[in-house]
Ligand binder design. Structure first.
Ligand code: NAP
Ligand code: ZN
Length: 368
């Protein structure tokens, strides 16, 4: 058994300001990567810039990271960062900005690697320049994982790249959620839930790495009523939401995600469904399939979430994210691809049959 998360992680209010010295110690020239507008609106970009200005660290901002970042965007960012002679990268935003920052940090340290080849397995592990992560959504936990999910539109693929890039520093502050609509909070919290459930219902789950999802699911169970209610999420819960998301990231850092995530990528790539619900649609049926294989684990997950049955789990997810409609042709195409996706199928405790894969699609999607 091994427990390994090498990121220096701080979770607290005014985190960036409080840990200015840690941020300044990362390097001499910072390249900042954000989405188009949220980092400007929620104050996270200003907080980082204030620290860099006070420390006289030159910086350049790249604010063109799109949702589900592409190899082209990462390539453009890396080119600009190289011209600027950046020696570290700060990713501010949701998982998209942070993942793009990780992939750009890899390209910067490896001038012979081009963005179009990011998904190809390297002959040996590659270096990267340091990455700082400042998350502003409460879902991916990318600040605590070595994973970067990048989309290649040229080969119609959304997948994690096969390189491990843990941020050196993560500065996690719930206050950035103040600008987020409730739907974004729900969508990303469902992603965090999936990370913890898929981490427990996983062949790599063990007593050591279970500490993270077990504690995180308890926190999620305490947050669930606020997510389900019609009222806006109270600001007193922002830090707990962020903490849960970071813990969920630490969970998948050890086990990786499993079948629901594997199924989600096609839904996002071809149907434009945001990541959280794309995963969430498949989660309840995955739990049902696992109930036959690892009943004690499913019982424990439900207990921690303060739910009585898998039917309650299904109902809760439906209330939060609704149902997804797809055509018969799309459903069959996705299911056929999933049945040979061994990188995810092989993670299911006790294995999974093609019939069970079909069961998950049929239970999760409304086929029209
Ligand atoms: P996202 O794609 O990063 O952001 C979604 C939207 O939310 C964007 O429009 C963004 O605006 C906006 N936004 C971000 N923070 C906000 C805030 N505080 N207030 C208001 N709006 C805000 O969403 P995400 O769900 O966090 O990330 C999804 C990506 O992460 C997917 O590509 C997924 O596959 C990946 N992922 C990675 C890991 C990992 O371990 N690395 C794990 C799970 C998922 P702007 O564009 O203006 O910023
Ligand atoms: Zn996810």
């Amino acid at each position: 058994m091994r427990f390994y998360v090498p990121t220096d992680i701080y979770v607290e209010k005014n985190c960036v300001k409080n840990h200015a010295q840690n941020l300044l110690a990362m390097g001499k020239r910072a390249f900042i990567m954000t989405g188009r507008s949220s980092a400007k609106k929620n104050g996270s970009l200003d907080d980082v810039i204030a620290v860099l200005d006070a420390g006289h660290v030159p910086y350049q901002v790249f604010d063109q990271v799109e949702e589900n970042p592409s190899t082209d965007t990462v390539g453009n960012a890396a080119q600009q960062a190289r011209e600027f002679k950046a020696d570290y990268i700060i990713g501010i935003g949701g998982g998209s900005a942070i993942d793009a920052a990780k992939a750009a940090a890899l390209l910067l340290a490896n001038p012979n690697l081009i963005a179009d080849n990011l998904h190809k397995a390297p002959e040996k592990p590659l270096e990267h320049i340091p990455v700082v992560a400042v998350p502003t959504t409460c879902g991916t936990g990318s600040e605590a994982t070595p994973v970067a999910i990048i989309t290649s539109h040229k080969i119609h693929l959304k997948k994690s790249i096969p390189h491990r890039i843990f941020p050196a520093l993560a500065l996690v502050d719930g206050k950035y959620l103040a600008s987020a609509k409730k739907t974004l909070i729900i969508n990303t919290a469902v992603d965090a839930l999936a990370h913890m459930v898929e981490s427990i219902l996983n062949v790599y789950s063990n007593a050591f790495n279970r500490m993270c999802p077990e504690y995180g699911l308890k926190l999620w169970g305490e947050l669930k009523d606020a997510l389900l209610s019609d009222a806006p999420v109270d600001e007193s819960l922002y830090e707990k939401l962020m903490l849960t998301s970071t813990i969920a990231g630490m969970s998948i850092a050890h086990t990786s995600t499993s079948v629901p995530h594997g199924m989600s990528y096609d839904l996002t790539l071809h149907q434009g469904v945001p990541h959280g619900p794309a995963v969430g649609y498949f989660l309840a049926a995955y739990v049902e399939v696992c109930k036959k294989k690892v009943p004690e684990d499913v019982k424990r997950i439900l207990e921690l979430l303060r739910l009585k049955s898998t039917a309650d789990f299904t109902e809760m997810l439906e209330k939060l994210i609704g149902k997804c409609r797809v055509s018969r042709e799309i459903r069959d195409q996705f299911a056929a691809a999933m049945k040979v996706n061994h990188s995810k199928l092989d993670l299911v405790p006790g294995g999974i049959t093609p019939e069970e894969v079909d069961f998950i699609y049929d239970k999760s999607l409304v086929v029209e």
